[in-house]
Design a protein around this ligand. Structure first.
Ligand code: AMP
Ligand code: MG
Length: 332
């Protein structure tokens, strides 16, 4: 396989600004399977500290609701309930399931929260990927489809209407967690905040100026482009983020629910949107759709912008952005 050409990640490049609050707090902790950095700026130190704690509280609540890596989460209960059985999941899970279904519809099923049976079949949950045989793939594909996921928001319940179905919110839950964490931080008295949950960024309110930097994987100290990060979220998806190797081939963790196979190639997609949930889901969808269809999808959504880093066959890569994005290219 061709070597990895570009790593598109968002790096916070804080620059000192003519701005100061008396309270600043920052913590790095491991949550939702990834390191998270939370910074809060507030009029006082106690509020800044409280805001950071509030963010981590949200992260662990979302994990206990939506993780599929633990059997005791609400989502794992839904997945274990069997076809056609309603499960009380609460309003938060219902809302995220509905948002996930909406992105699934808008992306023609490129993003699909019911992808978990495929994720399992390919071995991504066992840590050892293996190419499945055609018969197993055909069988499992029959239980993948967002239209069979039924959500009753008013009743706070959901059900899976097909045998073998299972939901994976791994492509959207971090974004949701960021939105909720920012709201909790404001409530706790923060006037500004910067959150980095495994490369999903969110900046809100007043604070030092920040930009999201797109870096070169061969030299991560080399920022090739930057975008301002002001009251916005930025999510990046790409197969290089997480992959397994089998018989010398690399298989990335993002699957194409339309084919049942891991998405090939090293396309990397960053999406900016006011809502972190939307940025997260669209970045994953962009990887599955590829440059042309992915760009069209993001262009169509008001308030969302995207940057695609497209590897060139001869080496290097092209950066292609949606029309409304102020991308500053550097070091190229
Ligand atoms: P992200 O890192 O946000 O791009 O999300 C990737 C994760 O979402 C994977 O590790 C899977 O858990 C899940 N996933 C994989 N393929 C898809 C897909 N086509 N649609 C929705 N979620 C997916
Ligand atoms: Mg995502």
């Amino acid at each position: 396989m061709r070597p990895l050409l570009v790593l598109l990640t968002c790096t916070v490049l804080s620059a000192p600004a003519a701005w100061a609050e008396t309270g600043t707090a920052e913590q790095v902790r491991y949550v939702m399977g990834t390191p998270a950095t939370v910074t809060a700026w507030a009029p006082g130190q106690a509020e800044a500290d409280g805001a950071v704690e509030a963010a981590y509280h949200v992260f662990s609540r979302v994990d206990s609701l939506m993780s599929t890596w633990r059997d005791d989460s609400v989502l794992s209960r839904l997945n274990a309930a069997g076809a056609g059985n309603w499960v009380t999941v609460g309003s938060e899970v219902c809302e995220v399931l509905l948002e996930a279904k909406a992105v699934a519809g808008a992306s023609g099923g490129a993003f699909d929260p019911t992808v978990l049976p495929l994720v399992r079949l390919w071995g991504f949950r066992d840590g050892a990927v293996a190419v499945p045989d055609t018969a197993s793939l055909t069988t499992v594909m029959e239980s993948v489809g967002h239209r069979w996921l039924e959500v009753d928001l008013q009743g706070g319940r959901a059900r899976l209407n097909r045998a073998g179905m299972a939901v994976d919110l791994g492509g959207i839950a971090k974004g949701y967690a960021l939105d909720q964490a920012a709201a909790a931080m404001r409530k706790a008295g923060a006037e500004g905040g910067m959150l980095d949950l495994g490369g999903n960024l969110l900046a809100f309110g007043q604070g030092p100026a920040a930009t999201a930097g797109i870096v070169d994987p061969e030299d991560p100290s080399l920022v090739v482009a930057t975008v301002p990060l002001v009251d916005v979220s930025a999510a990046t998806s790409g197969q290089y983020e997480r992959f397994l190797t089998s018989e010398g081939r690399k298989y990335g963790h993002i699957l194409d629910p339309r084919t049942g196979h891991p998405v090939p190639g090293d396309l990397s997609v960053t999406v900016l949107a006011a809502e972190a949930l939307l940025a997260d889901a669209l970045a994953t969808a962009g990887v599955v759709l590829g440059l042309e269809a992915g760009l069209a999808l993001i262009e169509d959504i008001p308030g969302a912008e995207g940057v695609f880093a497209v590897p060139r066959p001869e080496g290097g890569y092209d950066l292609v952005a949606t029309s409304g994005l102020a991308l500053t290219e550097t070091n190229r």
